[in-house]
Design a protein around this ligand. Structure first.
Ligand code: GTP
Length: 206
């Protein structure tokens, strides 16, 4: 039978090196690997959490997205978005920002959150907590500072996001304005899927 009550698809995006892989490993395996882990070849990880007595299955995809078509497809799909930024790097206010603006066109069903990762690197940080918070307010999205290395706020971030997705869905069910299962899209991924590159595989299932 079904082992969960909800299935949420999350997408971790952000520039190379911000710590997407580490954040995901911390969350899914409570583990930090200080050596560089290449994202290539890994599609998603799953962790089921308990949220107010309900089993919530989080399917977390992650990628550094360059392909414009794929980017657009993702932003318009049912994936909720976790944008990972790096607090030690000035590009915080360039590309990632532009990408996120782009994602504002996505459906209002899509929940978004920004993680300011590597908050343990206090001496090197170039983005203040205030700047991060201001950005979040400007876009009306949640912002949390995390450290995958020190296991700070990673758990909290995923739970916060999952809780707001669930609240939104529960609200919808109550108001009956939409199908209660509209966000629980089944994903048709098989281990045997032909390896045509991450984006090829990803786009083909959307
Ligand atoms: P791509 O695979 O290129 O997209 O990068 P990524 O975003 O997945 O980054 P990754 O998780 O591989 O981390 C990049 C580097 O940052 C690694 O050397 C990690 O050890 C380091 N790193 C990740 N998270 C943290 C953190 O919270 N604190 C510190 N100090 N270093 C971190």
């Amino acid at each position: 039978g079904k082992t969960y009550d909800y299935l949420f698809k999350l997408l971790l995006i952000g520039d190379s090196g911000v710590g997407k892989t580490c954040v995901l490993f911390r969350f899914s395996e409570d583990h930090f690997n200080s050596t560089f882990i290449s994202t290539i070849g890994i599609d998603f990880k799953i962790r089921t959490i308990d949220l107010d007595g309900k089993k919530v299955k989080l399917q977390i995809w992650y990628s550094e997205i360059h392909d414009q078509h794929c980017k657009k497809t993702l932003y318009f799909s049912a994936h909720h978005i976790l944008l990972v930024l790096h607090l030690t790097f000035i590009r915080f206010f360039s590309q990632s920002n532009a990408d996120f603006k782009h994602s504002q066109h996505a459906s209002s069903d899509v929940e978004k959150m920004v993680l300011g990762n590597k908050c343990d690197m206090t001496e090197k940080r170039q983005v203040s907590k205030e700047q991060g918070e201001r950005l979040a307010i400007e876009y009306g999205i949640k912002f949390m500072e995390t450290s995958a290395k020190q296991s700070l706020n990673v758990e909290e971030a995923f739970f916060t996001l999952a809780r707001s997705i669930k609240a939104k869905m529960d609200n919808k069910m109550v108001s009956g304005s939409d199908s209660p299962h509209s966000n629980m899209t089944t994903i048709h991924v098989k281990a045997s899927v032909k390896k045509t590159g991450f984006f090829g595989r990803f786009c083909s299932i959307l």
